[in-house]
Each structure stands twice: as C-alpha cells, then as structure tokens.
Design a protein around this ligand. Structure first.
Ligand code: SAM
Length: 258
C-alpha cells in the first residue's frame, strides 16, 4: 500500500535496510527493554525494535499512518501504537520505569522534541535519535568550535551526547535536503541545579551566545553586573576578554552560582 509522504509532518522514510539494521545494532537493545519510538512512520524500524525488546510504544501523529501501522504490525503483539503528538506525550502517565527512546525525528520540531525529552529525563535512560547532521554537530560541539553554542550547553548540561554516524540522504524517501546523523544521548543521573538556578544558567548562556562575536563582558552587560563579572574572572582566573564560545559549561555553571 502506497502512502504519500506528508512534507509538513517531516515524513522522510528510511528505506535503506542496511541503515535500519545499523541503527538498531547501535542501540544495543536488551530483551527486557521498553522502547518509545517517536514517529513510527511505516513501521520498518518499529518491527526491528520489536524483535529485540519486551515492549515498543510506537508514537505517530499521522492518523493515516496509524491505520497502516495497525494493519501491518498486527502480528507484533509487543507493539502498542499510540496516535499522539510527541510534544504532548506525558512519559509519567505511561511509564513507571525508565525507557529508551528511538526516533528518526521530524526536523521541523527537532529542538522542541529535545526540550520535551529533557523535561521527562527522569523517565528516560538513553535516546537514539536521527537529526540533521548540522544539528547533531551543534549538539555535540566542544568549546572553541564554530558549532558550539547555547544548544550544545543545554544538551550537555542534561546529557552526554555522542554522534554515531552520518547517513546518506538517498537512504530516505523522499531524500531530505540535508544529510542526517544518528546520535546517542545518554541522560545524566546526577542532581543538577535547582529549577530556578537552571533558569538563570540558561538565561546567561542564551544571552552570552546571542552576540557570540562580542566578548563575554559585552554580551552579558545587561544580564550580569560588572562587579559580579569581575569577581567571576578573578576567582576562576579567566581572561576578562574571553569570548562566550571559549567558556566551558562548567565556567557557565560557576558564573551562574556566583
Ligand atoms: N520512523 C520512520 C522511518 O524511519 O522511516 C519515519 C520517520 S519520519 C522522518 C518522521 C515521522 O514522525 C513521520 O512518520 C511523521 O508523521 C512523524 N511525526 C511528525 N511530527 C510528529 C509529532 N509531533 N509527534 C509524533 N510523530 C510525528
């Protein structure tokens, strides 16, 4: 049965069987695992996951595709098809224990999906996601590199992200405009800042990178007082002319703590 891909829902189906297997092998799923799949599409990855794990929740926003999935995956008794928007999905009502997440995710809401996953990070062990390779580069970037910015800090605060491999555009139908990359995002377990402090940390980071060519002193002029910044430079032995892209996440944490 042919289903016309809907561009507005980011439907680029992964047809290359070798890549499907490569993704599943990289996830190293165990037979006891429970997996949430974001955007099950035509269910090709879903079937491969279902063969490896105890239970799969296959989330799909498109009701036409949900009909297709119900028909084509009816033999897979451990697959539960959920017709829902991932951005409205409440992990707490579905899962008692931590789950693994897999998704060849729609590009148009990549950032929103990452933010949503972090909101429920206590319920997630690891997320394996396929995103545009530029987006993956920003997520995994290290200080001093051109891709390093507020997204890198945001993700690396909550998780340990690792790029697994790049996938050729023509592995998909229709081929996306940018080549995708597969990422492994392992949620951190240790306690982080309190919510109010996190808010401040991310405010400082966003503000710092809003004008990344400026020195930190200039870009934070309206967010952090001069004496506080002075104290930060002195206490942590940091060059007062440093640019935001040269600050590590722990530098930003130290600044927010002050
Ligand atoms: N997993 C399939 C594959 O690898 O071929 C489909 C991947 S396709 C890039 C993304 C899928 O996410 C589409 O099936 C699309 O309908 C679905 N989708 C788009 N927005 C969504 C949302 N907000 N919540 C859940 N699924 C969504």
């Amino acid at each position: 049965m042919y289903i016309k891909p809907k561009k507005k829902l980011g439907q680029n189906f992964l047809l290359d069987k070798n890549i499907q297997h490569k993704i599943i092998a990289a996830c190293d799923f165990k037979s006891v695992d429970c997996v949430l799949e974001i955007g099950a599409g035509r269910g090709e990855l879903t079937k491969l996951i279902a063969e490896k794990v105890a239970k799969v929740y296959a989330l799909e926003i498109d009701p036409d595709l949900c009909g297709f999935l119900k028909e084509h995956l009816k033999e897979y008794k451990n697959v539960i098809i959920v017709n829902q928007d991932i951005l409205k999905f409440n992990f707490k009502t579905y899962f008692k224990n931590r789950v693994k997440v897999l998704g060849n995710i729609p590009y148009y809401i990549s950032t929103a999906i990452i933010e949503h996953l972090f909101k429920f990070r206590q319920k997630i062990e690891t997320a394996f996601i396929t995103v545009q390779k530029e987006f993956a580069a920003r997520i995994t970037a290290v200080p001093g590199s051109k891709d390093y910015g507020s997204l890198s800090c945001f993700v690396q605060y909550y998780a340990n992200p690792k790029r697994l491999f790049i996938i050729k555009k023509n592995s998909f139908f229709p081929a996306p405009t940018v080549a995708p990359a597969s990422l492994k995002i392992e949620m951190k377990r240790e306690a982080s800042f309190k919510p109010k402090e996190e808010e401040l940390l991310f405010k400082i980071i966003r503000q710092a990178f809003a004008q990344r060519r400026k020195t930190l002193r200039n870009s934070l002029r309206e967010t952090v007082s001069k004496p506080k910044l002075g104290k930060f430079f002195a206490k942590y032995n940091i060059n007062p002319n440093i640019r935001p892209e040269d600050l590590t996440l722990s530098d930003f944490r130290n600044l927010a703590s002050l």
